[in-house]
Design a protein around this ligand. Structure first.
Ligand code: ATP
Length: 419
């Protein structure tokens, strides 16, 4: 009997805000392996980790892939380490690559570690200790912080997943305006959404497949199914050379970062949660266009924010009113504010209390504290201070979900079109 064993490879922290991208490096390495007759098994994986990680360059993503663990494994390791040494952005203080090799089964402990890397913070020392105990071979460059994400990228189970096709530019074009025909992107979106998604933000007139940084990525198309990606790629027209492209299997847009909290007191800073709570006060805008309101439950209260980049989402949030029960999805950031990614209106408060209407038809006004109401038109007074309840029309709908626009969405956030 032939026992197939794999060599898993994890790579992270090779890029800087000025350039490179760990997915590009992986794509380049995969090509170099192929030139040496070493094929990877399945798709490479792009695994997004804790969105609040302190040293992330952009979206906190690590990459992993696997090859057969045969007599070419040593050559593969050499090619990988040589390429990481040659291409990582070592000049940047915050670029501390880590490469991890692992040739066993992915254990439950490794899966638990991967979830810790998405839910909490891990130090380089912890990652190193864990990786060694799990039997990984680790390679640290400079501080080697990348091993934190590399072990997680290898170990993360993917019950839910999506795909991203990343097309890369030739180096001569790095940093220049990307020559993408926007009309063709809109055509692609019209013909392939919702199998592909996050292509265009129509409300913001924003082409979301195009990165805004000087990295090697020309565009990235995200999809539920790998089979639609070739069709989508054929529709998108560009007028610059594409050096290469690669399809990644990924946990993007799966809500994997969200933990279900039973109540507000269970939530901690720098964690991402789903929680159901009641709106306490009317949403209001504070400097810079950020919108805030508080929610509460029997265990406490927390301030929620819909920040300026969430644009029109703030208008939706502004329709919330005290007493609304909502299911929130988001994360607690630097300011200890719950950053809303989306919410569901669970039970909207459609009752409003108003002063009674006088017999003469005019709405009465208060006659003073505990003194009932008086009519300014006909002078009639009533002693009771009891307001009357009326049912009001709401802009929001019970049961409906509302989400931030594509332009402000986290890589891990599950869009409504996938729910
Ligand atoms: P890009 O998206 O362009 O690939 P990035 O945002 O992924 O860049 P990196 O350059 O990979 O940023 O840097 C993120 C760093 O944070 C890596 O060193 C990674 O190992 C580390 N890291 C990942 N998850 C955690 C975590 N949970 N706790 C602490 N560090 C983490």
């Amino acid at each position: 009997m032939v026992i197939i064993s794999y060599l898993y490879i994890g790579i992270d922290d090779t890029d800087s805000p000025d350039g490179m991208c760990t997915t590009y490096l992986a794509c380049h390495i995969i090509r170099r392996l192929k030139e040496n007759s070493i094929d990877i098994v399945g798709y490479p994986r792009l695994i997004r980790l804790n969105p609040f990680a302190r040293f992330k360059t952009r979206g906190n993503g690590g990459v992993s892939f696997k090859i057969f663990n045969d007599d070419k494994a040593d050559l593969a390791k050499k090619i990988i380490l040589d390429e990481v040494s040659a291409l990582s952005m070592f000049d940047c203080d915050n670029t501390n690559p880590g490469v991890v090799f692992y040739d066993g089964e992915i254990t439950e402990e490794m899966e638990d570690y991967a979830f810790r890397a998405i839910y909490s913070f891990i130090t380089i020392e912890e990652a190193e200790k864990f990786a060694k105990s799990a039997g990984c071979e680790i390679h640290k460059f400079k501080k080697g912080r990348g091993i934190i994400g590399s072990v997680a990228a290898i170990s993360m189970p993917l019950d839910d997943y999506t795909y991203e096709l990343l097309a890369y530019r030739i180096p001569d074009n790095y940093g220049t305006k990307r020559r993408i025909d926007y009309e063709s992107v809109i055509k692609m979106d019209k013909e392939t959404f919702p199998d592909t998604f996050e292509n265009v933000d129509y409300s913001e007139n924003y082409i979301a497949i195009e990165p805004k940084t000087p990295c090697p990525v020309l565009y990235g198309i995200r999809a539920n199914d790998d089979s639609i990606l070739t069709k989508a790629q054929d529709i998108v027209k560009v007028s610059e050379p594409i050096e290469d492209y690669c399809i990644f299997l990924t946990n993007q847009h799966t809500d994997m970062h969200i933990q279900k909290a039973d109540n507000i007191s269970q939530m901690k800073q720098f964690g991402c949660y789903e929680v159901t709570a009641t709106v306490k006060d009317k949403p209001h805008v504070i400097g810079g266009g950020h919108m805030f309101f508080k929610v509460y439950d029997e265990t406490g209260e927390i301030e929620c924010g819909a920040y300026e980049p969430t644009k029109d989402f703030r208008e939706i949030v502004s329709h919330l009113r005290p007493g609304d029960v909502i299911r929130l999805f988001g994360g607690i950031g630097e300011q200890n504010t719950f950053n809303i990614e989306k919410f569901q209106a669970v039970k909207l408060n459609d009752v409003e209390y108003r002063n009674p209407i006088c017999e003469c038809g005019k709405r009465m006004s208060s006659a003073g504290k505990d003194k009932g109401f008086k009519c300014k038109k006909c002078g009639k007074r009533i002693k009771s201070s009891q307001k009357v309840s009326i049912k009001i029309e709401r802009f929001l709908n019970n049961g409906q979900f509302y989400e931030t626009p594509v332009s402000a969405r986290r890589h891990l956030s599950k869009p409504l079109c996938r729910m």
